[in-house]
Ligand binder design. Structure first.
Ligand SMILES: [Zn+2]
Length: 715
């Protein structure tokens, strides 16, 4: 038995051992696992706790805002920059939960003093929100890093003083502990600043939140924007704070083609002009004819980009106070609008360049072709006058430009015919967007091909009955003087990233060819002669070979008798044009507006001042050359002054020629209905000024309208 038992025991014991070991092992593993689990849970809890603490300290997971890219001018001058600023924040709950009354008082007193906030007001606000952990301090926003650091130093000093004053041992007599500042911190953000304030305001635009509004800020919003980063904070097992930072990607820097210095000068000049003699609109545009870069464009209605909704420069406080939201929006949009791209008008005689170039290019005329101007002519039973009805006699294409002969011009357009004239209008880009890198561009209006009957061809040839924008005119003009290359106009020349690497380069996008280089040379030559000997003499600048063409367009809207838009379009230097300039004075505030001199003199004054800034220096030897060659001995290259200008004083003003056509155009007005306008391409301003004139252009499909009705209207 015993043996058996023993044997059994022995056998059992062996099995038992095995099982026991297995069981014990299992239990042990389970136990270890349990211990791990418990520790893990504790640890997780601690982690949660830590996270909560961190969250309370607000640095567990912070978004790091990207910095919006800068906008700089062609010389690197900062036009727009994002600066880090700080807003002071208080936690009423933290301040009030401090049992030490001295600390509470000291905190409120220090905050009020430092940020110059009314102490009682602050105390009330804090007491009103005892549970709030976050209260932005009005009056302590947009602080510099310096101001923030100064305040934080006060906080540190108070803590240090309190620490040092603490009694070393209990019961060692009463020690007064200085109060500490609690519950105040700073939030950082970027603020957009425009160091030049009003300069180039209509080109740069501004920012609403993260979105650009108008100008480069709007058009290049995607490039200027970046993406936010994030900062994570956690405690490691040693209870050290570990930080992980996913850096933000800052926005790219946009380099404008604008010269801020020259732009500033233009704006001042425009301002002066608006004051004396004054005008409805004054606008100037400068372009590099070799690549379409806009170097400056200024028009009246400046505003401070740092405060773009401030209408106080144009309205009194009481006027603003009674404005409806709609009225205010309209007023702001008017102020922000860029005349150079958003306003359309009849250009007048500056347009003649395009007609002459088209006729030469097509070969329907050559340099020696002559026209006989008898001071007036008849087109479709309609009398059109020339140069105040003084006959020009035999006129070549060159002389037609120099003396702005309507009769020669309309004959050139008639010679070209409907198809070719229309083709060139398209090549020059009239009636469509230039594609300039700004929003708000208007297309203007040209006659539809089917509507280009002889009367329309005639009036169009010298820039009437069609509407253009300044940027259209100047871009097309640049192609006339650079050998025929039409570049897309643009205000931004390069985009670079934060590291300075080039993201995009806008070197000058060649869109198409307009005229041959021979035609281009002819136009340049004729326009040099126009300033030296023709109608544009007041544009001359001593020491420079200025070339260009004047324009005076009588306006045809209601109640516009005697109202004119005068202009000058030109370039310098003659041999290799580096700068094209276009000046518009819309309704100069003078008795007799019909003198392009108001624009030509102004152009001269501008060029004289800005050319050296653009690296174009006067040739001392040639200074006064323009004067010497003046055929009528007018030695005053400045021409008559704005104040003294009177008709018939020897200044040949081409635009008196336009007066002769006025009859025709005004009858035109009445013969055409308004519904045919291309509403899409017209802004309200241009409708005012042109609705009657251009009414027939878009949708009148049959030719029976304009001519026939005009005959009826003809007096
Ligand atoms: Zn003539």
């Amino acid at each position: 038995m015993a043996v058996k038992k023993k044997k059994t025991n022995k056998k059992f014991s062996y099995r038992m051992k095995k099982t026991l070991v297995a069981v014990m092992l299992t239990i042990a593993i389970a136990f270890i696992a349990l211990i791990f689990r418990v520790f893990f849970l504790i640890d997780q809890d601690q982690d949660r706790y830590k996270k909560r603490v961190l969250a309370q300290q607000s640095y567990i997971s912070n978004e790091i805002k990207y910095r919006r890219g800068d906008i700089v001018d062609r010389n690197g001058t900062t036009l727009a920059i994002s600066v880090k600023v700080y807003d002071a924040v208080v936690s009423p709950s933290e301040i009030l939960s401090d049992n030490n009354e001295n600390n509470r008082d000291y905190t409120i007193k220090t905050v009020a003093e430092f940020f110059k906030i009314d102490e009682e007001e602050l105390r009330t606000k804090i007491n009103e929100r005892p549970n709030s952990k976050y209260m932005l301090l009005e009056g302590a926003k947009g602080l510099s890093a310096d101001e923030k650091d100064k305040f934080n130093k006060l906080v540190e000093e108070s803590e240090q003083a309190a620490k040092e004053a603490k009694p070393g041992k209990k019961g060692e007599g009463a020690v007064t502990v200085p109060p500490v500042i609690n519950g105040v911190w700073f939030e950082e953000r970027f603020e957009r600043k425009y160091p030049l304030s009003t300069v180039a305001c209509k080109i740069i635009g501004f920012v609403d939140g993260d979105m650009g509004n108008t100008g480069i800020e709007e058009y290049y919003n995607d490039s200027l924007s970046g993406s936010n980063g994030r900062e994570y904070g956690y405690y490691d097992s040693e209870l050290n704070l570990q930080r992980t930072v996913k850096a933000p990607i800052n926005g790219d820097t946009v380099i404008s083609s604008i010269d801020a210095n020259v732009q500033g000068i233009l704006e001042k000049k425009v301002d002066y002009y608006m004051k004396e003699p004054g005008a409805k609109n004054v606008a100037v545009m400068l372009m590099d004819p070799n690549n379409g870069e806009v170097i400056a464009m200024a028009s009246n209605g400046q505003f401070d980009l740092n405060n773009p909704r401030d209408l106080s420069a144009y309205y009194t406080d009481s006027e603003v106070a009674v404005m409806s939201n709609e009225e205010k929006t309209t007023a702001l949009n008017t102020m922000w609008k860029n005349f150079c791209i958003s306003d359309t008008y009849e250009p007048g005689s500056t347009f003649k360049n395009f007609t002459v170039a088209a006729a030469l290019d097509e070969g329907t005329v050559n340099a020696n072709t002559t026209f006989n101007c008898e001071g007036k002519t008849t087109v479709a039973d309609y009398e059109i006058g020339c140069a105040n009805r003084v006959a020009h006699g035999i006129v070549t294409p060159k002389k037609a430009l120099m003396e702005s002969c309507n009769v020669a011009l309309l004959n050139m357009a008639l010679g070209l015919g409907r198809d070719q004239f229309y083709r060139y209008m398209n090549l020059y880009g009239f009636g469509k967007n230039t594609g300039i890198d700004m929003r708000g561009e208007q297309k203007g209006i040209i006659h539809k091909k089917d509507n280009l009957n002889s009367t329309e061809l005639a009036t169009s040839s010298f820039g009437q009955t069609q509407n253009v924008t300044m940027v259209q005119m100047l871009s097309a003009f640049c192609s006339l003087i650079n050998g025929g290359k039409y570049y897309q106009p643009h205000v931004v020349k390069e985009i670079v990233n934060e590291q300075g690497g080039i993201v995009e380069k806008m070197d000058g996008k060649l869109l198409r060819h307009t005229v041959t280089s021979q035609t281009s040379d002819f136009i340049k030559d004729a326009l040099l002669a126009t300033v030296k000997e023709g109608t544009a003499k007041p544009a001359a600048v001593p020491g420079y070979e200025i070339s260009g063409k004047t324009g005076t367009a009588e306006k045809h809207e209601k109640d516009s008798d005697g109202k004119y838009l005068v202009s000058f379009i030109g370039f310098v230097p003659y041999d290799k044009p580096q700068l094209a300039i276009y000046v518009i004075v819309d309704e100069p505030n003078v008795e007799d507006q019909a003198h392009s001199t108001y624009a030509t003199e102004f152009a001269s004054e501008i060029m004289k001042e800005i050319l050296p800034f653009l690296g174009l220096y006067a040739d001392e030897d040639a200074a006064g050359a323009n004067d010497e060659e003046g055929e009528d001995g007018d030695s005053d290259n400045k021409g008559p002054s704005l104040d003294s200008l009177i008709p018939g004083d020897g200044v040949v003003d081409d635009d008196l020629s336009d007066v002769g056509t006025q009859d025709g155009a005004s009858h035109n007005d009445e013969s055409q209905d308004n519904e045919s306008q291309d509403s899409e391409s017209q802004d309200s301003e241009s409708q005012d000024s042109t609705s009657q004139d251009v009414g027939s252009q878009d949708d009148q499909s049959s030719g029976d309208s304009a001519d026939g009705q005009m005959q009826d209207d003809q007096v």
